[in-house]
Design a protein around this ligand. Structure first.
Ligand code: PLP
Length: 418
């Protein structure tokens, strides 16, 4: 039996209609390319679901992983600690918004959001503001697939069916495609009326990725931050997709000089090597949880693989590499990315092209799924979000690879759309 046959018999894949599943078995990676079991190379146009930063099998990340393997693969972070976890926290707090002071590790973006929600909720309970139990979020928000994260999500297709199971959140109209004034007015109205019952506003900064790369107007994030501050509501910024260079800065918050109460990180934190996530928070939040053990104020949450040392060791190296070379290289190629997209935008069947740094959504009039299937024949892996074809390549992409991405996408669009 081939691997593909065995896969089809045994495995249930995420976000996949298994009745129509056609396995593509990946055997190795090489820079910006994935190589299948038959030796065919494909440009990894979505960075292995938005997490790969420096390409596959980067020698420095491989070495960091091997070196750490020689010392310790895993030991719990409950009751113990270790150097890679401590050093990575130190590095993250050096580069994150300067008001953040504490790192709570976990292992997925969804978990990092749930942790922020729970910490915010518990903070208000501990401070005697026990009516603050609800969350504000944007329409079409996406913060992950676990129930807490789904509760602050707003993508009907993914989330509606689970409605009865969820934390209830209050939707604010997304500002994407507008000047943001109506959304801000609505936030202010909600806060004026019921800030006393709102713990936090949860937001994807600058761009709502899973909704199809919906880009916010400039100044929106900062205005939200100011409103949250004024009405004593936490701001949780979910940088799971935008973090680690995706928007052209290390973190999206930097574009608007915002200092949130929580920042959620995952995906690119290990350059795309291993599952790791972190929820960063302020000293004020952390301090509320301090007391004698018998007071039971501490945060009762943790995962088995929290702060896995292999992942943390790779994370330290990845962050250094990002600052030294990967981010400058991605920024240098951005004008060519913009030029390529201007050409793509003129193709028949393309409704709109949206971009924030290296997060790109190409909205088609239809058939995005078929375009992504077709583009594989031209040597590129892409995934659709509804009718949006996403470009999210590794940040080390070079000009010839960008040319392949553009050529293959254009061919697939021409061949698929009437
Ligand atoms: N938050 C945002 C903004 C995301 O884009 C994602 C995943 O795409 C998540 C959270 C969930 O991350 P994970 O898939 O690691 O749970």
């Amino acid at each position: 039996m081939t691997l593909a046959e065995l896969d089809s018999r045994l495995i249930w894949h995420p976000f996949t209609q298994m009745a129509e599943w056609q396995p593509l078995v990946i055997a190795s990676g090489d820079g910006c390319f994935l190589v299948d079991e038959h030796g065919r190379r494909y440009l990894d146009g979505v960075s292995s679901l938005w997490c790969n930063v420096h390409g596959h099998r980067h020698p420095r990340l491989d070495r960091a992983l091997r070196d750490q393997t020689d010392k310790l693969a895993h030991s719990t972070f409950l009751g113990l600690t270790h150097e890679p976890g401590i050093r990575l926290a130190e590095q993250l707090l050096t580069v994150a918004p300067r008001n953040l002071a504490r790192v709570f590790y976990s292992d997925s973006g969804s978990a990092s959001v749930e942790i922020a929600l729970k910490q915010s909720f518990q903070y208000w309970q501990l401070r005697g503001r026990s009516s603050k139990q609800r969350f504000l979020r944007l329409t079409d928000a996406y913060h992950g697939d676990t129930l807490g994260a789904v509760g602050v999500g707003g993508i009907d297709l993914f989330h509606r069916i689970f409605g009865p199971l969820l934390v209830q959140s209050i939707p604010i109209p997304s500002p994407a495609g507008t000047d943001g004034a109506a959304s801000l007015a609505r936030v202010e109205q909600e806060l004026e009326r019921r800030a006393y019952e709102i713990a936090a506003f949860v937001i994807e900064p600058l761009v709502q990725g899973a909704a199809g790369m919906l880009v916010h107007p400039p100044g929106f994030l900062r205005a939200i931050a100011e409103l949250c501050r004024r009405y004593q509501v936490h701001l949780i910024v979910d940088e799971v997709a935008t973090g680690f260079g995706r928007t052209g800065r290390l973190f999206a918050c930097e574009h608007e000089d915002v200092q949130p109460d929580f920042v959620c990180l995952a995906k690119g934190i290990t350059g795309g090597y291993l599952p790791l996530a972190a929820t960063l928070s302020t000293a004020e939040i952390y301090d509320a949880f301090l007391g004698a053990r018998s007071e039971m104020k501490h945060f009762f949450h943790g995962h088995t693989y929290t702060a896995n040392p292999l992942a943390c060791a790779v994370g330290i190296e990845s962050l250094a590499l990002l600052q030294e070379s990967t981010l400058p290289s991605a920024r240098a190629l951005e004008p060519e990315l913009a030029a390529a997209l201007a050409r793509i935008a003129t193709l028949p069947g393309v409704r709109e092209v949206r971009r924030c740094g290296w997060m790109v959504g190409i909205e088609l009039v239809g058939h995005a799924f078929e375009v992504c299937a077709r583009v594989r024949e031209h040597g590129v892996i892409l995934r659709p979000l509804g009718e949006v074809v996403v470009w999210m390549p590794p940040l080390v992409l070079q000009r010839p690879e960008l040319e392949l991405l553009e050529r293959a996408t254009a061919m697939a669009i021409r061949e698929t759309l009437p």
